[in-house]
Design a protein around this ligand. Structure first.
Ligand code: SAH
Length: 254
Protein backbone atom coordinates (compact mmCIF):
# COMPACT_ATOMS: atom_id res chain seq x y z
CA UNK A 1 0.00 0.00 0.00
CA UNK A 2 1.18 3.53 -0.78
CA UNK A 3 2.39 5.52 2.24
CA UNK A 4 -0.24 8.01 3.36
CA UNK A 5 0.79 11.65 2.84
CA UNK A 6 -1.90 14.19 3.64
CA UNK A 7 -2.14 17.57 1.92
CA UNK A 8 -4.03 20.35 3.72
CA UNK A 9 -4.81 23.58 1.90
CA UNK A 10 -6.26 26.66 3.59
CA UNK A 11 -7.79 29.58 1.76
CA UNK A 12 -6.43 32.16 4.20
CA UNK A 13 -2.92 32.71 5.58
CA UNK A 14 -4.50 33.16 9.04
CA UNK A 15 -6.25 29.85 8.63
CA UNK A 16 -3.19 27.77 7.98
CA UNK A 17 -1.24 29.27 10.92
CA UNK A 18 -3.21 27.21 13.44
CA UNK A 19 -2.93 24.06 11.34
CA UNK A 20 0.82 24.58 10.83
CA UNK A 21 1.19 24.79 14.62
CA UNK A 22 -0.11 21.20 14.82
CA UNK A 23 2.86 19.94 12.76
CA UNK A 24 5.70 18.13 14.54
CA UNK A 25 9.21 18.36 13.04
CA UNK A 26 8.00 21.20 10.84
CA UNK A 27 10.18 22.25 7.90
CA UNK A 28 9.24 24.62 5.12
CA UNK A 29 10.11 25.11 1.47
CA UNK A 30 9.12 27.88 -0.91
CA UNK A 31 8.17 27.55 -4.56
CA UNK A 32 6.25 29.86 -6.86
CA UNK A 33 5.30 32.35 -4.12
CA UNK A 34 3.97 29.54 -1.92
CA UNK A 35 5.43 28.18 1.31
CA UNK A 36 4.82 24.48 1.95
CA UNK A 37 5.04 23.37 5.59
CA UNK A 38 5.91 19.68 6.04
CA UNK A 39 5.89 17.56 9.19
CA UNK A 40 3.72 15.04 10.98
CA UNK A 41 0.40 15.31 12.79
CA UNK A 42 -0.29 12.30 15.02
CA UNK A 43 2.62 10.58 13.24
CA UNK A 44 1.14 10.99 9.74
CA UNK A 45 3.18 12.84 7.11
CA UNK A 46 1.37 16.08 6.30
CA UNK A 47 1.99 19.12 4.09
CA UNK A 48 0.13 22.37 4.80
CA UNK A 49 -0.07 25.33 2.41
CA UNK A 50 -2.02 28.54 1.78
CA UNK A 51 -3.86 27.92 -1.51
CA UNK A 52 -3.80 31.58 -2.61
CA UNK A 53 -7.02 32.96 -4.07
CA UNK A 54 -8.92 32.05 -7.19
CA UNK A 55 -9.17 28.96 -9.37
CA UNK A 56 -5.82 29.24 -11.18
CA UNK A 57 -3.88 29.84 -7.97
CA UNK A 58 -5.54 27.00 -6.10
CA UNK A 59 -5.17 24.57 -9.02
CA UNK A 60 -1.46 25.36 -9.23
CA UNK A 61 -0.97 24.86 -5.50
CA UNK A 62 -2.68 21.48 -5.43
CA UNK A 63 -0.77 20.33 -8.52
CA UNK A 64 2.49 21.11 -6.71
CA UNK A 65 1.28 19.16 -3.66
CA UNK A 66 0.62 16.18 -5.92
CA UNK A 67 3.85 16.31 -7.98
CA UNK A 68 6.43 17.59 -5.49
CA UNK A 69 5.05 16.32 -2.21
CA UNK A 70 3.34 13.14 -3.46
CA UNK A 71 0.21 13.66 -1.38
CA UNK A 72 -2.25 10.76 -1.36
CA UNK A 73 -5.29 12.78 -0.18
CA UNK A 74 -6.30 16.42 0.03
CA UNK A 75 -8.29 18.35 2.63
CA UNK A 76 -9.28 21.96 2.00
CA UNK A 77 -10.56 24.38 4.62
CA UNK A 78 -11.68 27.91 3.88
CA UNK A 79 -14.47 30.44 4.14
CA UNK A 80 -17.41 31.01 1.79
CA UNK A 81 -20.40 33.25 1.19
CA UNK A 82 -23.87 31.84 1.87
CA UNK A 83 -26.19 31.36 -1.11
CA UNK A 84 -28.90 29.20 0.47
CA UNK A 85 -31.02 31.43 2.76
CA UNK A 86 -30.91 28.81 5.55
CA UNK A 87 -27.16 29.29 6.01
CA UNK A 88 -25.89 31.63 8.70
CA UNK A 89 -22.46 33.06 9.44
CA UNK A 90 -20.55 30.42 11.43
CA UNK A 91 -22.28 27.41 9.82
CA UNK A 92 -20.08 24.87 8.04
CA UNK A 93 -20.63 23.33 4.61
CA UNK A 94 -18.94 20.07 3.70
CA UNK A 95 -18.98 19.93 -0.10
CA UNK A 96 -20.55 16.81 -1.54
CA UNK A 97 -20.37 18.16 -5.10
CA UNK A 98 -18.25 21.00 -6.48
CA UNK A 99 -19.18 23.04 -9.55
CA UNK A 100 -17.45 25.89 -11.43
CA UNK A 101 -20.20 28.50 -11.72
CA UNK A 102 -18.25 30.64 -14.21
CA UNK A 103 -17.45 27.81 -16.65
CA UNK A 104 -19.47 28.48 -19.79
CA UNK A 105 -18.36 27.05 -23.13
CA UNK A 106 -21.80 27.28 -24.76
CA UNK A 107 -22.72 26.55 -27.49
CA UNK A 108 -19.94 23.93 -27.65
CA UNK A 109 -21.20 22.25 -24.51
CA UNK A 110 -23.72 22.76 -21.74
CA UNK A 111 -23.30 25.64 -19.29
CA UNK A 112 -20.97 24.64 -16.38
CA UNK A 113 -19.69 21.54 -18.17
CA UNK A 114 -15.90 21.14 -17.87
CA UNK A 115 -14.29 20.83 -21.31
CA UNK A 116 -12.85 17.40 -22.18
CA UNK A 117 -14.03 15.72 -19.00
CA UNK A 118 -17.69 15.37 -19.88
CA UNK A 119 -18.44 16.37 -16.28
CA UNK A 120 -20.19 19.25 -14.53
CA UNK A 121 -19.78 18.25 -10.86
CA UNK A 122 -16.79 16.81 -8.98
CA UNK A 123 -17.66 14.69 -5.93
CA UNK A 124 -15.76 14.72 -2.66
CA UNK A 125 -14.49 11.29 -1.61
CA UNK A 126 -17.31 9.56 0.30
CA UNK A 127 -15.21 8.41 3.26
CA UNK A 128 -13.40 11.75 3.63
CA UNK A 129 -16.77 13.52 3.46
CA UNK A 130 -18.09 11.24 6.15
CA UNK A 131 -15.08 11.93 8.40
CA UNK A 132 -15.30 15.70 7.88
CA UNK A 133 -19.03 15.67 8.64
CA UNK A 134 -18.46 13.65 11.82
CA UNK A 135 -15.74 16.05 12.95
CA UNK A 136 -17.83 19.16 12.38
CA UNK A 137 -20.82 17.56 14.11
CA UNK A 138 -18.62 16.56 17.08
CA UNK A 139 -17.16 20.04 17.40
CA UNK A 140 -20.60 21.64 17.33
CA UNK A 141 -22.03 19.08 19.75
CA UNK A 142 -19.17 19.43 22.27
CA UNK A 143 -19.15 23.23 21.88
CA UNK A 144 -15.35 22.93 21.37
CA UNK A 145 -15.46 26.25 19.56
CA UNK A 146 -16.65 28.00 22.70
CA UNK A 147 -13.37 27.24 24.42
CA UNK A 148 -11.29 28.04 21.31
CA UNK A 149 -13.02 31.34 20.43
CA UNK A 150 -13.74 34.40 22.63
CA UNK A 151 -17.43 34.65 23.57
CA UNK A 152 -17.34 38.30 22.52
CA UNK A 153 -16.30 37.31 18.98
CA UNK A 154 -18.98 34.63 18.74
CA UNK A 155 -21.57 37.21 19.89
CA UNK A 156 -20.38 39.78 17.44
CA UNK A 157 -21.20 37.44 14.54
CA UNK A 158 -24.33 36.11 16.32
CA UNK A 159 -22.92 32.57 16.28
CA UNK A 160 -25.02 30.70 18.81
CA UNK A 161 -25.96 27.35 17.33
CA UNK A 162 -23.83 26.73 14.25
CA UNK A 163 -25.12 24.02 11.92
CA UNK A 164 -23.51 21.50 9.59
CA UNK A 165 -24.70 21.36 5.96
CA UNK A 166 -23.65 18.81 3.35
CA UNK A 167 -24.26 19.66 -0.30
CA UNK A 168 -23.17 21.59 -3.38
CA UNK A 169 -20.48 24.28 -3.37
CA UNK A 170 -19.92 26.59 -6.35
CA UNK A 171 -16.54 28.16 -7.17
CA UNK A 172 -15.52 30.90 -9.58
CA UNK A 173 -13.20 33.86 -10.00
CA UNK A 174 -15.58 36.38 -8.43
CA UNK A 175 -16.05 37.65 -4.89
CA UNK A 176 -19.83 37.78 -4.39
CA UNK A 177 -20.86 41.09 -2.84
CA UNK A 178 -24.29 41.94 -4.21
CA UNK A 179 -27.80 40.55 -3.97
CA UNK A 180 -27.93 40.49 -7.74
CA UNK A 181 -24.90 38.16 -8.06
CA UNK A 182 -26.30 35.98 -5.32
CA UNK A 183 -29.79 35.79 -6.88
CA UNK A 184 -28.37 35.07 -10.29
CA UNK A 185 -26.38 32.08 -9.01
CA UNK A 186 -29.35 30.86 -6.99
CA UNK A 187 -31.53 30.96 -10.12
CA UNK A 188 -28.97 29.10 -12.24
CA UNK A 189 -28.02 26.49 -9.63
CA UNK A 190 -30.74 26.28 -6.96
CA UNK A 191 -29.02 23.42 -5.06
CA UNK A 192 -25.84 25.41 -4.35
CA UNK A 193 -25.37 26.12 -0.64
CA UNK A 194 -22.41 28.51 -0.76
CA UNK A 195 -19.95 30.24 -3.06
CA UNK A 196 -16.17 30.56 -2.95
CA UNK A 197 -13.20 30.88 -5.30
CA UNK A 198 -11.10 27.69 -5.16
CA UNK A 199 -12.90 24.45 -4.24
CA UNK A 200 -14.08 23.24 -7.65
CA UNK A 201 -10.68 23.99 -9.22
CA UNK A 202 -8.92 21.89 -6.57
CA UNK A 203 -11.59 19.23 -7.07
CA UNK A 204 -10.94 19.14 -10.83
CA UNK A 205 -7.18 18.62 -10.39
CA UNK A 206 -7.73 15.95 -7.71
CA UNK A 207 -10.22 14.19 -10.01
CA UNK A 208 -7.75 14.24 -12.90
CA UNK A 209 -4.98 12.77 -10.71
CA UNK A 210 -7.31 10.37 -8.83
CA UNK A 211 -6.52 11.94 -5.43
CA UNK A 212 -9.38 11.68 -2.91
CA UNK A 213 -10.38 15.12 -1.64
CA UNK A 214 -12.79 16.89 0.66
CA UNK A 215 -13.69 20.60 0.71
CA UNK A 216 -14.84 22.17 3.99
CA UNK A 217 -16.11 25.76 4.13
CA UNK A 218 -17.12 27.96 7.05
CA UNK A 219 -19.70 30.62 6.17
CA UNK A 220 -18.03 34.03 6.61
CA UNK A 221 -20.59 36.27 4.94
CA UNK A 222 -23.95 36.30 3.17
CA UNK A 223 -22.48 36.90 -0.32
CA UNK A 224 -24.39 40.20 -0.44
CA UNK A 225 -23.67 43.92 -0.11
CA UNK A 226 -22.23 43.41 3.41
CA UNK A 227 -19.90 40.53 2.56
CA UNK A 228 -16.68 42.57 2.37
CA UNK A 229 -17.44 44.16 5.78
CA UNK A 230 -17.95 40.89 7.66
CA UNK A 231 -15.10 39.16 6.03
CA UNK A 232 -11.67 40.27 7.36
CA UNK A 233 -12.39 40.08 11.08
CA UNK A 234 -14.32 36.84 10.67
CA UNK A 235 -11.30 35.18 9.10
CA UNK A 236 -8.96 36.38 11.82
CA UNK A 237 -11.13 35.73 14.86
CA UNK A 238 -13.28 32.78 13.87
CA UNK A 239 -12.37 30.89 10.68
CA UNK A 240 -8.78 30.23 11.73
CA UNK A 241 -10.05 28.54 14.93
CA UNK A 242 -12.64 26.47 13.05
CA UNK A 243 -9.97 25.15 10.67
CA UNK A 244 -7.65 24.06 13.47
CA UNK A 245 -10.40 22.39 15.52
CA UNK A 246 -11.81 20.55 12.49
CA UNK A 247 -8.40 19.29 11.35
CA UNK A 248 -7.52 18.16 14.91
CA UNK A 249 -10.74 16.17 15.12
CA UNK A 250 -10.28 14.62 11.67
CA UNK A 251 -6.84 13.32 12.70
CA UNK A 252 -8.35 11.78 15.83
CA UNK A 253 -10.39 9.55 13.47
CA UNK A 254 -7.35 8.16 11.57
N1 SAH B 1 -8.91 38.63 2.32
C1 SAH B 1 -8.92 39.16 0.98
C2 SAH B 1 -9.99 38.58 0.10
C3 SAH B 1 -9.82 37.11 -0.09
S1 SAH B 1 -10.66 36.49 -1.46
C4 SAH B 1 -9.09 40.63 1.03
O1 SAH B 1 -9.69 41.10 1.99
O2 SAH B 1 -8.64 41.28 0.10
C5 SAH B 1 -11.96 35.71 -0.71
C6 SAH B 1 -11.71 34.34 -0.14
O3 SAH B 1 -12.85 33.97 0.62
C7 SAH B 1 -11.56 33.27 -1.15
O4 SAH B 1 -10.77 32.25 -0.61
C8 SAH B 1 -13.01 32.78 -1.37
O5 SAH B 1 -13.00 31.40 -1.64
C9 SAH B 1 -13.70 33.04 -0.04
N2 SAH B 1 -14.99 33.73 -0.03
C10 SAH B 1 -15.60 34.11 1.15
N3 SAH B 1 -16.75 34.78 0.88
C11 SAH B 1 -16.88 34.82 -0.46
C12 SAH B 1 -17.85 35.42 -1.32
N4 SAH B 1 -18.86 36.14 -0.85
N5 SAH B 1 -17.67 35.29 -2.66
C13 SAH B 1 -16.61 34.59 -3.14
N6 SAH B 1 -15.65 34.03 -2.37
C14 SAH B 1 -15.77 34.14 -1.04
Amino acid sequence: MKKRIIGIMGAMPEEIEGVVSLLNNCTSSSMGKRTYFSGQINGIDTVVVFSRWGKVAAATTVTTLIHEFKITELWFTGVAGAIDPDLKIGDVVVGKRLIQHDMDARPLMNQHEIPLLNKTYFESDASLLDMASKSVATIFKNSSLNSAIDAEDLNRFSITKPQLFIGDIASGDQFFSSNEQKQNLNNQLPDVLCVEMEGAAVAQVCYEYAIPFCIIRTISDAADANSHLDFPSFVKKIASKYATEIIKDIYSQF
